[in-house]
Design a protein around this ligand. Sequence first.
Ligand SMILES: Nc1nc2c(c(=O)[nH]1)N[C@H]1C(S)=C(S)[C@@H](COP(=O)(O)O)O[C@H]1N2
Ligand SMILES: [Mo]
Length: 316
Amino acid sequence: MLIKRPPDISSSEITEEGVYHQRRKFLQQSLALGLGAGIAAHLPDAHAGYGGEALTFTTPDAYRLNVEKTAYKDVTTYNNFYEFSTSKYAPARKAHTLRTRPWSIRVEGECAKPGVVDIEDVLKRHALEERIYRFRCVEGWSMVIPWVGFSLSEMLKQFEPTSRAKYVMFETLVDPEQFPNQKGRVLDWPYQEGLRIDEAMNPLTLMAVGLYGEVLPNQNGAPIRLVVPWKYGFKSIKSIVKIKFVETMPKSTWMKASSREYGFYSNVNPEVSHPRWSQRRERRIGEWGKRDTLMFNGYAEQVAHLYKGMDLQKYF
Ligand SMILES: Nc1nc2c(c(=O)[nH]1)N[C@H]1C(S)=C(S)[C@@H](COP(=O)(O)O)O[C@H]1N2
Ligand SMILES: [Mo]
């Protein structure tokens, strides 16, 4: 069961601006409907009210990024999800064909306890946290998104990876009935991604099941997707059905599509340009100008040590 958490009344952050307007709008609409008295008790809490099922979670201070969040509407209508379309505006319209229940994830490979886990059990097992992460696409746009989820490491540990588990591979569901664009061959399905085991075990690496306090909209990768905030958006694979511990570096879908353009690491790095897009600057969706892209997308303190001594021009 997913229950709404108690109202969050931290009001000091500029990020609460949008919420304030949302609450005021709700209040005005309610008054217009003549609901009047007792309305205060029914105000949506700081993160609910977008129409999805509300989640219960805590908001650790460590992940309260004090920058303005990208509007919910932009986060949920400007999406890369090639299983639906190569157009960024189409997934929001088309994603209703994805059925997110029942849903399970097969975990296999180099681990002592492989198995199939049901999404409901995953949700019961892991306490959810809200984490506001910068999210940057290789194409040069970025967003700030309040995700809800748990550290991937918490989930992986339970399968007891062996010492041969040097990498982790992820796969998205294949079902052309639910993902109409899988009838074509724009990418080599299933969509696959990979992380080195220490990247996968870094606490920042998130298994997201929600955003803005509610379950993930289908177009954002429901029911469960990866979010790796120091890597370009395409590493954050959606609608995951398989996780495999492997000994050798897996090839991601994008490496297979163009190994010249997409490397395994894909760390956000203003110094290393993509053949078609400079990575020096980025446009935050909803803003006019461009801002400088930060090393590791602003997460250097947490992850730079993972790449110590590596030539990041070579291992891009
Ligand atoms: N299965 C799957 N996962 C995917 C993609 C995709 O096409 N299919 N696109 C990737 C890219 S390029 C980006 S930028 C992000 C977009 O996530 P968002 O729509 O939640 O912003 O998802 C990534 N994960
Ligand atoms: Mo992307």
